[in-house]
Design a protein around this ligand. Structure first.
Ligand code: PRT
Ligand code: MG
Length: 211
């Protein structure tokens, strides 16, 4: 049995065509099904539905053989025990620093001000600001980072941006680009060796389907 860990939403949607290229079709839709283990058309392949940030953990411990996770999530996880053979080029976005429209970020940085930064991506943010020599107090949040500068919780946020509509709707502006983000295939290193005959053709099919 090959177990593939996916999160609901954009990663699931954008992984479907790649699964199809490997001859794998889920038999249920995670948006309507309450099942967390979804069968596929192949009796030797099943999908498990987990939180996006939990995908690396399931694969690291071998509870899933394969998974699809954003580079944002992998950078926070650290990637221990994970083989990352393929950039799937899906769920693309940018990791950015953003502030309120009225906040003069450049001059705050120039003056060496200590900035309060709210984010879900504490490791990424710590590395980014350390690299620039900017002193920050990091405030860990689990979502809706865009709210933090609006209510005085922080001066800045580190968050993902795709269309930019969420920033705009909340009177925020992006002031720094940290990284381009896309989702990666992750494979448990032991599973790759033990189940190579089943996994290698999937890797080849995914690689062929990635534009
Ligand atoms: O929702 P949950 O807390 O369970 O987890 P999650 O938010 O990590 O999962 P999900 O499914 O929302 O995102 C999964 C992966 O998609 C992320 O890990 C990213 O790699 C990738 N991705 C691509 C995005 C976006 N684009 C994105 N725009 N993840 C989140 N966003 C959010 C962003 O945080 C911001 O709040 O969308 C908002 C901005 O979107 P725009 O279009 O308004 O700029
Ligand atoms: Mg989300």
């Amino acid at each position: 049995m090959i177990t593939i860990a996916l999160s609901k939403g954009r990663i699931f949607e954008e992984t479907l065509p790649l699964l199809a290229a490997a001859g794998i079709t889920p038999l249920e839709d995670p948006e309507s099904s309450r099942k967390l283990i979804l069968p596929t058309n192949r009796s030797d392949v099943r999908l498990i539905i987990v939180r996006a940030s939990d995908v690396p953990t399931y694969v690291q411990y071998g509870a899933a053989d394969l998974g699809v996770a954003g580079k944002d999530v992998l950078d926070e996880h650290g990637g221990a025990g994970l083989y990352q053979p393929l950039d799937l080029n899906i769920a693309r976005c940018r990791m950015m620093v953003a502030v309120h429209d009225d906040f003069d970020y450049a001059s705050a940085v120039r003056q060496g001000a200590r900035l309060r930064v709210a984010t879900k991506y504490v490791q990424t943010a710590r590395e980014h600001f350390a690299g620039k020599g900017v002193h920050v107090d990091l405030i860990k949040l689990y979502g809706s980072m865009e709210l933090a500068p609006l209510v005085g919780l922080s001066d800045a946020i580190v968050d993902l941006v795709s269309s930019g509509n969420t920033l705009k709707a909340n009177h925020l502006k992006a002031v720094e680009h940290i990284a381009d983000i896309s989702s990666r295939l992750v494979v448990n290193q032991a599973a790759l060796k033990l189940k190579l005959d089943a996994i290698q053709p999937m890797l080849d099919a995914f690689a062929g389907a990635v534009k």
